[in-house]
Structures are given as structure tokens and as C-alpha cells.
Design a protein around this ligand. Sequence first.
Ligand SMILES: Nc1nc2c(ncn2[C@@H]2O[C@H](COP(=O)(O)OP(=O)(O)OP(=O)(O)O)[C@@H](O)[C@H]2O)c(=O)[nH]1
Length: 634
Amino acid sequence: MLEQLLIFTRGGLILWTCKELGKALRGSPIDALIRSCLLEERSGDSSYNYDSSGVAYTLRWTFHNELGLVFVAVYQRILHLLYVDDLLSMMKREFAEIYDPKRTVYDEFDDVFRQLRKEAEARAEEMKKSKQLVKPSSVLSGKQGQGGNVRFDNGGNQRSGLAGKDGGGEKDSSEKGRNLANGNANGHVVEQSVVKREENGSLNVGPIDVNKLQGIARRKGGKKSGVVAKKATKEETKKNVTKANRVWTDKPAESKKLDFSDERGDDDVKVEGVDQGESLMDKEEIVTSDSETEEEEEGREDANSNSKKKGWFSTMFQSVHLRAISIAGKANLEKSDLESALNALKDRLMYKNVAEEIAEKLCESVSASLEGKKLASFTSVSSTVKVCYSSPSEFLVSNGEALERILTPRRSIDILRDVHAAKEQGRPYVIVFVGVNGVGKSTNLAKVAYWLQQHNISVMMAACDTFRSGAVEQLKTHARRLQINLFEKGYEKDPAIVAKEAIQEATREGKDVVLVDTAGRMQDNEPLMRALSKLIYVNNPDLVLFVGEALVGNDGVDQLSKFNQKLGDLSPASNARLIDGILLTKFDTIDDKVGAALSMVYISGAPVMFVGCGQLYQDLKKLNVDSIVKTLLK
Ligand SMILES: Nc1nc2c(ncn2[C@@H]2O[C@H](COP(=O)(O)OP(=O)(O)OP(=O)(O)O)[C@@H](O)[C@H]2O)c(=O)[nH]1
């Protein structure tokens, strides 16, 4: 049973809701969808799950990009409504017929909707029956006449129905758009049971088998990305980007470079990177152009663009020029038209170390935003090409959109302001540093301590890595060099209790901030993850900071998502604390492979609060979103 259906503009104006459903939704699922999905470039996702106020809703949606309209259906998660995508697709088509930007009331759509719903339900029922009669293992090749049960015509259109119904079941061309089987199979091998297509030819999959189909797509993409990964690895080797091996000894990790205790107060020791939002790294320094040979070709396409600096997107622009000419006469931009541009975008993002899953989601989101847009006329090939192939980049870059939005924190965390607020409450502000082994937790904790000191904030360090030998001494060295109090109880103590006692002592001594170091742990190590969630539960810190290496690609996403998942699952609290922010280390070693920042923020929704970019105490900066976006798309 549907709970609600509504149509609204991208600007947020609600044009139509289904009055006969009439139920008031519990919680704010639509607001949540807009905030978490549509505004954060997750609109390529197939559905959104909303859990709150004791309800579990599923939301599905479709866009009419040309008109700037959004169509959303809400239903109880427990139900598997097979017809929702089909219904939304038909509503989109019918509503487009009557839409007038000057109107805000569409009462006449009630009747249309009633009819569409009946049709969609009937087709879903028919599908269900035919599904039961088709062998579960049957897979169609997209060729005509397979098995007699379901077949594709020469144009790729799938005709629904059983053999006996075939003749009578065929509808005339005016009804073609409403035929569930509309679309273009393009010879792809797909499981036939739940395939249905939108009128623009794009593949749409019913709720039950979304994962299955995505799995197929991913497996296909997987091979490709393997090639890309190999290519990336080769290029990486060329550039000699290597990670220094960590040497494990029982001695504290002495870092001469980090010893600035003698020079403290000298003019050459500065932390302006953090304060003034200095450019994280100069793009000229970190980016090598990928497209040296493209300029001649570019000249042939567009004389005006000669003066512009060439980047990867202009390379893409040329390489797909012929394809663009072939689609220039079309009325609307379809998913298949964007395919090569989006594949190139995905490869590029992955080359820059964006995790594959995230790169895919971003491309789906771009695709969802561009599909259905009107193309320019055949005569203006150049602008058509731009719409089709440069638009993903324009979409992402010039309008300050997708990537920037992802990297810009949903909630801002101003540590200095919050430290002062805690001080007014007569308690220290507590930051817990968490992460896997060797990523730079202790070193960057010392950098944060140094940065706080520069702001006249008194700090206490708490040595709660009571697990790895040498960890306490390592922190002791930093504390001595920075002349900061260290609270430590040696090894094999419960880190949660050590942290608690440290906070109590800091409160007694009137310290402003307690920085809690924790043992590195693999995200799958359950006992250690349980100990960490206990530490967080017992001490309820102000900030849980995930320290991760900027070198990682897919791994970083796995680390961060599993940390969050384990912190949630293993916490004694029903409303567990998760990761609040990210500190990305070793940015100085990654050249232009800045994708980890994007992946980590996307997967966790937590902002990158600091970037570690060297082995000096002052090598701590703020993330420069603009610079990261430019680097990603260069
Ligand atoms: N180049 C570079 N190296 C860094 C950076 N941050 C930390 N390191 C180095 O990374 C190595 C590991 O740092 P640690 O602070 O010991 O890492 P950790 O996460 O505390 O290690 P465990 O306690 O074993 O989990 C050290 O050699 C640091 O000097 C950085 O921003 N850039």
C-alpha cells in the first residue's frame, strides 16, 4: 500500500500530492530524502530508506530533468511494491503533458493518477504471474523469440505476457509508452523477471531485484575497473609515489623533525594553514596534465576554446565528438547517450583514488540529473556535445555542485568555539583519536595539540593506547617536546578508565582540552572495536576524530564504514556515538590522488576537519574544498 505520492519542483514547490491516500506521513521522510539524497548527490541511488518515529519507509523517485520536476513515492518498507517505478514513470510522462510553470494546482491529475495506478497494479500482477511460470534460471539474451514466454523485438522492446496472450496482448503504438515492456534491451543479458523500462529507454528495475541487477552491473564494471586500477598503478609507479615502511621497535618513534621545542616562539614556526584556510596544495605543484596532445584536435572543434587551459574533460570532449554528432538530432538525452562520458568520469575519479563504489554512485547521480534534458539542434553540434559530454564536468565543477557539496560538511564543527563553550561549562573539551594501525594518530594528535597551544588553549594528552608497546613513550616524547601534561597509566589498563581518569584530572587542573590517543585497530577486530566503543560510551567525548591515510582508495571506505558500523553495533548505548570528523594524514605523499577525501566524506557524512601534510608540528591544515575538486577533475 502506498503511503504517499507527490510531485514537486526542484526548487521545492509541491505541485501535487495524492489526496486519496490521505495519510499523514510519520516523521519527515521527504525532508530526509531531500537532505540526505537529493542535495548530496546521491540521487543516483535506487531507493532511500527512512527509519524514524517508529516507522520504516522506502522512498523511490524519478526526475523529469527537462522540466525540473521530482516524483516521489513513499511506502512501508515491509511491502515490496513491484509497480512503483512503473507508476512513477507513467506519472512523469502524463504530468509533463499538463505541466505549466505558471500553475501551482493540478487537481485534474487526481483522475489521471487513479487510472495510472490501476494500470500499473494490473501489470505488476501480470508480471508476477508470468514470473511464476518462467523457470527461475531462465535468462534472456535479448534476442527475439526466446523460449516463447518473453521476447524482445528487433528494436529491443520486450513484449510482456505469456505465449497464449501474445497476439492479443500487443498494444498499439499510442500505448507503447505505457507498455511495461518498453525499452531497449541492446542485447544485454538480463534476468527477465523484473525488468521494465522507462519510456525514454532507460533501464528501470523493480524493487525486489534491484540488488541483483546492480550486482550484474557491478560485476561487469569490476573487470573494467581492474584494468583502470592496473593503469593507475603503472602511472603511480612512474611517479615514484611510495609509502615509507614503518619500522617497529620497542623504542619510542623519535622524529627529529618533530622536535621544535627549542624553536618554539620563533617566527618561522607558524600554523596559518589551519587558521587561514591556506590552499591545501598548489595545483600547479601537484597536478601533471594528462592531455598534452589534445590541443590540435580541440582547435578543430572549437576555435574559441583554444585559449582555455586543456584538462581531462576537454580530452573527453574530443574523443566522443563523433558519438555526439550521431545523437545530436535526438529530442532528449538518454542514459545510453551519456554512457561513455560517465564511464570516463568514473575511470577518472578512480584514477584519483576515489573508491569505485563512490565513483559509481556519483556517476549515477550525474546521469540522473542529465537524463531527459533536451538537446540542441543538429546544427549546433558543438553545444550539443557540451550538453552531452561536458555537462558532467560542468555539472560537477562550474555550478559549485556535486563534489563540492559532498566535501562541504553537513554540520560545521568549530573546535575553537566549542572549546570555549566547554570551558564556560567548567569542563575540558575532549577529542578521541581513532583509526587503524600506523596511520598517524599519535603524530597528528601532537600536531593538533600544537595548533591548540598556538591559540592559547591548555592541553592534556591521555595515553590510552595501553596495547602497543612503545605507544606511551611515543606520546611522552611529544608531550615533553611540546611541554604539555601527559596522563598515563602504562600498559594493559582499561583504556576507557584511563581516559576517564585523565578527564577528571584535566577538570581538576582546569585544562581546556584533553586529547585521547587510542590504540590502532583493524576495523574487523571485534574485541578491540568493542573496547573502543566502551571508551566512547563511558567518556562521551565532544569529538570522535577518525584518523585515516590519504593514500588509501577503496580500503579507506571500508575502514571508515566498518568503524562506524562497529561503533554503532557494539556500543552499549541505544543511540551510539559515531565518527564526527576526519583527519586525513600523509597528504604530502599522494601527489594528485586526492580521492580518499571524497570517498571518506561521502561514506560517513563526516567532514574532513584537518589534513596532515608532513612531519612537522605545523604540518596540519584545513581541507581546501575548491582545490580538491579542481584536482579531482583535472
Ligand atoms: N609524510 C607524512 N608522514 C606522517 C604524517 N603523519 C604521520 N606520519 C608518519 O606516519 C608514521 C606513523 O605515525 P604514528 O603517529 O606512529 O601512527 P599511529 O596511528 O599512532 O600508529 P599506531 O599507534 O601504531 O596505530 C610516523 O612515521 C609518522 O611520522 C603526515 O602527515 N605525513
